[in-house]
Design a protein around this ligand. Structure first.
Ligand code: NAD
Length: 496
């Protein structure tokens, strides 16, 4: 059986002292093994990145950007292969995987602007005959630790920008779907990136802890669940590293009484059940304002959900695929059980779907739960499955209070025809990414991505302009070239 290994200093490596099973979630069968890196393997990768740093740091930004132009071409040329890889290990439907890859490629396109992004700031005559400028210098070796749910897009949020800024990189992808990240790194080599600038180590907590404590790792970008994000941020910070750690979510949609209900239902279907709800921006709670809006929403959702198709990734007619593991399926089903036991109404029940030919797959059908309240476990915690919960309230203020009181603040959306209500909502809501009749307000590559509250630990968001700040340190230089023969006098006053 194939073992997915590492890429260190431009060389494939399989350290097999420990391995872990990789499943095909649609069949439920083990399809590969993944090598779990030891501390010394990770140290080797960090050393390779450190060795490649001095030359890469001094490579002109234009030349670094040229690698990214070529890389974009290679990603597009090999898109079908990447989509199939994502499908095999993650299970997401091919058109969804293609969308994920496209959003990742847009980050590569942004990185192609490196010479412009790194231009810095200049002030002539900051004082008499004095010029001053600020420049953005790379940090050194930086690390990325990524989750299972976007095996292509989330790594692509990180390393293209880190690398064009002049850093070298060590990526630790999710051990649950490791092939894609390794292949993305191999394509970078093909695009002409010097060996050692990009390294991949597969592994678990041992690999992560080695990255978090290594002296030569200067910054850590993390995306994953909130408890781990908090641990990563605390440990990286305690070890003197810059860190951004993006965590979990509970994204609410407010459905106002004046919303176009057919459109709202169409938007909610994709946003709640797309990718089996395994998106950090999935809309998992609909807050219906007023009895009529709640009743209409439930009736129309119930009707629309009849035609949803769950199944295997390569069948384009399917709407979404399995969840990632058997354990995760049990967790999602457990949340539906607990909501029911705590008094909610399961309107559409996806706990036991039968998918012909894939009876052992980790499938959960689309589930709709009504009369959910804020005390319920299924409301408080992230489910990360194809489950839409409906909470009913009387006013928009009540709906907003619910969202503002939740520990997460990643994404949210309001469905309404009222511009005044929408403007008030976007201004006052305590959430980092807001949609107005846009269910998945994932920022484009030239903005930055990040939630508020316990959805993000750190100051800078992912990708876009914030990535230039995160992956560089500012240096400000003040210079004077006195004219020949002119001597400056002594001064003991603070320069002003
Ligand atoms: P996870 O936290 O289990 O794993 C993320 C990474 O951390 C993996 O590489 C994993 O190997 C590593 N890891 C896991 N346990 C660890 C430990 N104890 N110590 C050190 N490292 C550890 O997350 P996941 O299940 O892979 O991904 C789903 C989660 O990610 C969800 O909570 C989702 O909301 C979140 N997510 C957030 C965003 C965002 O932008 N905010 C984007 C995608 C996913």
């Amino acid at each position: 059986m194939k073992t997915i290994g590492h890429l260190i200093g431009g060389q494939p490596s399989i350290e097999a002292s420990r391995t872990q099973d990789v499943f095909n979630p649609a069949t439920g069968e083990v399809s590969k093994k993944v090598a779990i890196a030891s501390k010394s393997t990770v140290e080797e990768a960090i050393a390779a990145a450190q060795a490649a740093y001095p030359v890469w740091r001094d490579t002109p930004p234009l030349k670094r950007a040229r690698v990214m132009f070529k890389y974009k071409e290679l990603l597009e040329k090999n898109a079908d292969k990447i989509v199939a890889m994502i499908g095999d290990e993650h299970g997401k439907i091919c058109h969804d995987a293609a969308g994920e890859l496209q959003r990742g490629i847009e980050n590569v396109e942004y990185a192609c602007g490196a010479p412009e992004l790194l231009k810095g700031e200049f002030s002539k005559n900051a004082g008499p005959n004095i010029d001053s400028w600020s420049e953005f210098q790379p940090l050194g070796v930086v690390a990325g630790i990524t989750p299972f749910n976007f095996p292509a897009m989330v790594p692509l949020w990180m390393f293209p920008m880190a690398i064009v800024c002049g850093n070298t990189f060590v990526l630790k992808p999710s051990e649950r779907d490791p092939s894609t990240a390794l292949y993305l790194a191999e394509l970078l080599e093909e695009a002409g990136l010097p060996a050692g600038v990009m390294n991949v180590v597969n592994g678990d907590k041992v690999a992560v802890d080695t990255l978090l404590t290594a002296k030569d790792v200067k910054a850590v970008s993390f995306v994953g669940s909130t408890p781990i994000a908090e641990y990563i941020y605390a440990t990286a910070s305690a070890n003197g590293k810059r860190c951004q750690a993006l965590g979990g979510a509970k994204n609410h949609a407010i459905v106002m009484p004046d919303a176009d209900m057919d459109n709202t239902v169409n938007q909610l279907l994709g946003a709640a059940f797309g990718s089996s709800g395994e998106r950090c921006m999935a809309l998992s709670v609909a807050v219906a304002v007023g009895q009529d809006a709640g009743d209409t929403l439930i009736a129309k959702m119930k009707e629309a959900m009849v035609s949803l198709k769950v199944g295997e990734c390569s069948d384009k007619s399917n709407d979404f695929g399995p969840v990632i593991t058997k354990e995760h399926k049990e967790k999602v089903v457990g949340f539906i059980d607990s909501a029911e036991a705590q008094g909610a109404t399961v309107v559409v029940d996806g706990r036991n779907p039968v998918i012909k030919g894939y009876e052992n797959g980790f499938f959960v059908g689309a589930t709709l739960i009504d009369n959910v309240t804020k005390e319920m476990d299924s409301y408080q915690q992230e489910i990360f499955g194809p489950v839409l919960q409906v909470v009913r309230v009387d006013t928009m203020e009540e709906a907003m209070q619910l969202i503002n009181d939740h520990e997460y603040g990643n994404g949210t959306c309001i469905f309404t025809r009222d511009g005044e209500a929408a403007r008030y909502f976007s201004d006052k809501i305590e959430v980092g990414m807001v949609g107005i009749n846009v269910p998945l307000p994932v920022p484009v590559a030239y903005h930055s991505f990040g939630g508020w509250k316990r959805s993000l630990f750190g100051d800078l968001h992912a990708y876009g302009p914030d990535a230039v700040r995160f992956y560089t340190k500012r240096k400000t230089i003040t210079q004077r070239w006195p004219s020949a023969g002119v001597r400056e006098g002594k001064s003991f006053a603070f320069p002003s």
